[in-house]
Design a protein around this ligand. Sequence first.
Ligand code: ADE
Length: 236
Amino acid sequence: MKFHILTLFPEMIEQGLGTSILGRAAQKGLISINAVNIRDYTTEKHGKVDDYPYGGGAGMLMQAQPVYDACQAVRGDKKTRVLYMTPQGETFTQAKAQELAGEEELIFLCGHYEGIDERVLEEIVTDHLSIGDYVLTGGELPAMVMIDAIARLVPGVLHNDDSSVTESFADGLLEYPQYSRPEEWHGKKVPAILLSGHHANIEKWRLEQAMLRTQERRPDLWERWQKTHDHSGTLK
Ligand code: ADE
């Protein structure tokens, strides 16, 4: 899957996504990360990409021309979706990550300063997306958050294909608690059932824990989950 990121700070994207699991996935050719510097596309002298907003007000705006040309250079005549990172967008969720993981190619548009000239947004943006109700200094961190969440759903990116299915949110519940060696640490013992070797009981215990945890920590998710499952956790 191909990720293109239109940004004024390509090194931020390259450093953020070039290591660990996504770095390895890129080396294997499962994903590609193409950080495009919008500044390379300006037709103005001295590489200028921003200007004052008409009507006055604080800060500078990114101008339409370099953003449009950078996008066209990447997209050509393909119908690739262009995702604009903005706190005004729809909140990004696991369901959205799953939907976007079905695309072959995505373009992420990262704003900076006070934003981008509305006219180019009207022409190129297909999806307005936010990572939450707070304001950041630019769209690079949101783009990296979304790319991480989407890329890990691409087959082969995670070693154990199971782990993208069983963890938090995949089925609407938070993940159950996990334990590794040693069996006792700071006086706390690993729950005995996990040492029993009885797989059916372990699965049952894990489901109960996931239900309890969701109830306590995310009553909003619990409410939704109960509509489709009975009290033992079976689909209605
Ligand atoms: N740009 C600035 N804040 C943002 C947010 N919360 N989500 C997405 N893009 C942003």
